[in-house]
Design a protein around this ligand. Structure first.
Ligand code: BES
Ligand code: MN
Ligand code: ZN
Length: 489
């Protein structure tokens, strides 16, 4: 696990900071900030003359290094000044972090680039720098000497508050990426529970972990059913953060923590089955948010619930045709043991609906292969019952650059999960609207009248094309920033 850990803010001029490299930005019209001009002057106007010659265009994310007597100067194109948005500075941060790593610069000093110097631009820059610096090399024992990490970035100018905030948020994202990237024999349900406890201690949260015996006695028959096929101890994890008066309704986050999904008796094909170690990325979103909340300690109330188990086909495994009873008393006909995510979420959604009075519930799950068919690795599929809530989710999505797309939960779809011999079945119409069927099933377990939004992150939790602040491969930590923005953390 490695990512930038020291992000320092200063008002010192860039030419006075000792670092392995300095970085400034240049717009498409050739303009530079006052801090940029100081650096240009320091190297005798080489940057402005390169722009005049056309050697630098100022296109967004264009990167050119000047090797000078004062050390390397990394000049990054900022594009057009009038449409420079927070997403642009986030990308600049990511581009710079990756460049520094490829050039083996451990400490870089940079300006606060474009934007108006407000906290949101500072935050986006820090997010880009920290997320862009993320590498997952924990298991590369042989190549260790060749691995290089960006250790420190000093940002001159901009908003100190924004930079600190962005760095804390991005740390939550990197934490979630790590949980996802560690393999199934490391990120086990027990490990998730232990990480939750660690976060809880730091953030003064109440963390309760229920083991197989306990949650089975409590009536979580769906989670117990899925967990029956594995010897790896399953867990139901509950976290409570009370940052304001108890009378304020808590915001509730629910995550699918399926630490390895073989499909169970309805076994998956072996191609890419290894990727099913990522099937706990919904729980990583939840824990990533709680990780950041533990540091920022916002004045809100948050409850988090994670159902965690493997889905294997051991001797006691549940079978197609079995009927299980969820925590809210509804019976479920299991038609496919590979549609296990909705089962373990059924108990978690019922539990939080009964024991809290949620302001809203969000659930996060790598629920369906179908969402990848519909939206690719570009957008998260969302659906829910409360228009206002969904509209607000879309607004946060625009702000953080984490794309979402809404699917309808029309009655016709909801009928498709009704069973002939039980209350519901865990599959909709074969080969049709698979992601919506997942949402329609979950809806049955959300308490009456509770605003709820389901995030199907099966396409976005891993596997996206590398972006400037995204990982080279593996878990992305997507939607954590969206959720934190939504909750006003
Ligand atoms: N974890 C998978 C969904 C998944 C598949 C995510 C591929 C990412 C890539 C989930 O548990 C699952 O297997 N869903 C089934 C549901 C079906 C049997 C109704 C699916 O999508 O095929
Ligand atoms: Mn499955
Ligand atoms: Zn799954």
């Amino acid at each position: 696990m490695a990512h930038l850990s020291t992000l320092k803010h200063t008002t010192d001029s860039l030419d006075s900071i000792k670092a392995d490299a300095i970085s400034i930005g240049i717009f498409k019209d050739g303009s530079m900030s006052s801090r940029g001009k100081v650096v240009d002057n320091m190297i005798n106007g080489q940057i402005s003359s390169a722009f005049k010659r056309g050697d630098i265009k100022g296109d967004h994310s264009e990167t050119i290094i000047f090797y000078t007597e004062n050390g390397p100067v990394i000049v990054i194109g900022l594009g057009k000044a009038d449409n420079f948005e927070t997403e642009c500075i986030r990308k600049v941060g990511g581009t710079l972090a990756k460049k520094a790593i490829s050039k083996k610069y451990a400490h870089v000093a940079c300006e606060n680039f474009g934007g108006n110097g407000s906290a949101s631009f500072g935050q986006a820059l820090a997010e880009g720098l920290v997320m862009g610096s993320y590498q997952f090399n924990d298991y590369m024992t042989k190549k260790k000497e060749e691995l290089f990490e960006l250790k420190k970035v000093t940002v001159s100018g901009g908003s100190r508050v924004g930079i600190d905030r962005g760095s804390i948020i991005a740390n939550g994202v990197c934490f979630a990426r790590n949980l996802g990237n560690h393999p199934g024999n490391v990120t086990t349900p027990t490990r998730l529970a232990n990480e939750a406890k660690k976060i809880g201690r730091r953030g003064k949260m109440k963390v309760s972990v229920f083991d197989r015996k306990k949650f089975t006695e409590m009536g979580m028959g769906a989670l117990a059913g899925v967990a029956a096929g594995t010897d790896e101890p399953p867990k139901f994890i509950l976290m409570e953060y009370w940052g304001t008066k108890k009378s304020v309704k808590p915001k509730v986050l629910v995550g699918k923590g399926l630490t390895f999904d073989s499909g169970g008796i309805s076994i998956k094909p072996s191609a890419k089955m290894d990727e099913m170690k990522f099937d706990m990325c919904g729980s990583a979103v939840v824990l990533g948010c709680m990780h950041t909340i533990a540091t920022l300690k916002p004045k809100i109330n948050v409850v988090a619930a994670v159902s965690s188990t493997e889905n294997l086909s051991g001797a006691k495994a549940y079978k197609p045709g079995d009927i299980v009873t969820a925590y809210n008393g509804k019976t479920i006909e299991v038609l496919n043991t590979d549609a296990e995510g909705r089962l373990i979420l059924a108990d978690a959604l019922s539990y939080v609906s009964k024991h809290y009075d949620p302001a809203f519930i969000f659930d996060f799950a790598t629920l369906t292969g179908a969402v990848l068919v519909a939206l690719g690795h570009i957008a998260t599929g969302i659906m829910g019952t409360d228009e206002k809530l969904i509209e607000k989710v879309k607004k946060s999505s625009v702000k953080t650059g984490e794309k979402v797309w809404e699917f309808p939960l029309w009655e016709e779809y909801c009928k498709q999960v009704q069973s002939k011999i039980a209350d519901v079945k865990n599959m909709g119409a074969p080969m049709q609207a698979g992601s919506i069927a997942g949402g329609a099933f979950l809806k049955e377990f959300v308490g009456e009248g509770i605003p709820w939004c389901h995030f199907d992150i099966a396409g976005t939790a891993w596997g996206e094309k590398e972006k400037s602040y995204g990982p080279k491969a593996g878990a992305t930590g997507n939607v954590i920033r969206l959720v934190l923005d939504f909750m006003g953390v």
